[in-house]
Design a protein around this ligand. Structure first.
Ligand code: OAD
Length: 252
């Protein structure tokens, strides 16, 4: 990567008052958490994540879906924030304007890297809730009893099944999170889009909304995505490589 596009991106960021950072699974890849759409390995190679991450799949086979999430939880627990997460946290603290991170990721690696101002659009994989939403949506379950067989636990209120507190395909996003994300996207001057395929709505609409309202979109991704055509600056490469370079230029 030549210095010029990075310098251009940094100039845009430096002069912005309101910055939104939109992240996806690509940001956590260099921490060892596989992205959603890449081929799964080992035990899980024969499954399609888009078929597992649905309420229908959980209803049909709770054990399978629970086991898959337990596996992903293990990966997240062992993972450490990478240089990309750390650079983004640094940007929030370094910049004199407002910097808000909106993430589709269900891990907490942004927070563990030091990001404070963050909206999770798709929930939190470490938390659980009642599948029946017996006390309203969400009915969060703080402590669960896992038996030795690793069977999906039951809700202490209604006895129904407990599920991970994440958004599945076919489900609505948490209302407050998506409303705040839409508002911030409409008002930002710069949106930095990192490591997302731009395929899953409504998150994929946020860069378009930002651009329609006059913001400059900067994209970091090794691939071309549906967001690329609206990006004023496209940085081809990984977040763990490019974001620290951007911060170094910003600090110089
Ligand atoms: P995807 O797995 O769809 O896409 C990951 C993106 O990251 C791709 O565009 C890759 O090219 C890019 N990428 C891979 N490695 C990268 C790296 N090291 N640095 C930067 N970019 C990299 O993930 P998302 O777009 O986040 O939703 O997927 C959106 C949603 O779809 C997820 O939140 C999840 C999934 O269904 C739910 O679970 C509801």
């Amino acid at each position: 990567m030549s210095q010029q596009p990075i310098q251009y991106a940094v100039d845009l960021i430096r002069t912005a008052r309101n910055i939104v950072i939109l992240t996806g699974a690509g940001v956590s890849k260099e921490s060892g958490v596989p992205t959603f759409r890449e081929a799964m390995h080992g035990l899980w190679a024969k499954y399609d994540p888009q078929q597992l991450a649905t309420p229908y799949a959980f209803r049909a086979n709770p054990q399978l879906v629970w086991d898959w999430y337990e596996w992903r939880r293990g990966l997240v627990r062992e993972a450490q924030p990478n240089a990309g997460h750390i650079a983004l946290a640094h940007l929030e603290h370094l910049h004199s304007g407002n910097v808000l991170t909106i993430t589709q990721n269900v891990d907490d690696l942004h927070e563990r890297a030091g990001t404070r101002s963050i909206i999770h659009l798709h929930g939190n994989i470490a938390q659980n809730k009642c599948f029946e939403a017996c006390q309203g949506e969400p009915t969060q379950i703080d402590t669960i009893d896992l038996d030795d067989d690793g069977r999906p636990p039951h809700c202490p209120h209604c006895g129904g099944l407990v599920r991970p507190d994440v958004v599945w395909f076919g489900e609505s996003l948490p209302v407050q999170a998506i409303n705040q994300a839409i508002e911030a996207s409409q008002f930002c001057d710069v949106m930095l889009v990192v490591g997302t395929s731009g395929l899953v709505n409504p998150a994929a609409q946020l860069p378009k909304l930002a651009a329609q309202n006059g913001a400059t979109v900067i994209e970091i991704n090794p691939d071309t995505t549906p967001i690329t055509p609206i990006a004023k600056v496209k940085l081809n490469g990984t977040s763990g490589d490019l974001l620290p370079q951007m911060i170094a230029v910003l600090e110089a």
